[in-house]
Design a protein around this ligand. Structure first.
Ligand SMILES: CC(C)(COP(=O)(O)OP(=O)(O)OC[C@H]1O[C@@H](n2cnc3c(N)ncnc32)[C@H](O)[C@@H]1OP(=O)(O)O)[C@@H](O)C(=O)NCCC(=O)NCCS
Length: 137
């Protein structure tokens, strides 16, 4: 059974491993390490299958990053990780997603997120726009 647990320092290499396989332009080890206090890991039999990084600012909840191990995608783990964000007591939820990332957009839309703005040329690797998605409870 998958459980979502607060990530610990020892999880960092496993999270980096997923990060490097899930993204074309992965976050660096430094970025992941700096975010570990805000990270939650999806674990099954002590194996990390995905993670999410969530930051709260007053009543806002920001989903900063998430990924599921490509070997275990499309099994509901992303949905479980997103549910973690809704355990926070905030009223406004925000995230950014690449314009081309339809699987992630579909996941977020399933929770009721809507595109609220666009950041032009946000991703420096290919100058792709970011869609800012938001949801108010
Ligand atoms: C986006 C991501 C986290 C989804 O994780 P996942 O565990 O595969 O997602 P789930 O199995 O929980 O899927 C939930 C819903 O999201 C949508 N979805 C997920 N993957 C999809 C895909 N490849 N194509 C279309 N819809 C998809 C579907 O609506 C799905 O519901 P369904 O399976 O009942 O149709 C995963 O694809 C991933 O890690 N991608 C690479 C990293 C990334 O893009 N992170 C997000 C950055 S903003």
């Amino acid at each position: 059974m998958i459980t979502i647990q607060k990530a610990i320092k020892e999880d960092i290499p496993f999270i980096i491993n997923i990060e490097n396989r899930a993204f074309f332009s992965p976050w660096t080890e430094v970025q992941i390490t700096a975010s570990i206090d805000n990270a939650y890991a999806a674990k099954e039999a002590n194996v990390i299958k995905g993670f999410i990084i969530i930051e709260t600012i007053l009543d806002e909840v920001h989903v900063l990053h998430m990924a599921v191990d490509p070997k275990f995608q499309r099994k509901g783990i992303g949905k479980k990780l997103m549910e973690k964000a809704f355990e926070f007591s905030g009223k406004k939820f925000f995230l950014e997603v690449r314009e081309s990332n339809f699987p992630a957009q579909k996941l977020y839309k399933g929770f009721g997120f809507k595109v609220i703005s666009r950041r032009k040329n946000y991703y420096k690797d290919n100058n792709e726009d970011a869609l800012v998605m938001g949801l108010e409870k």
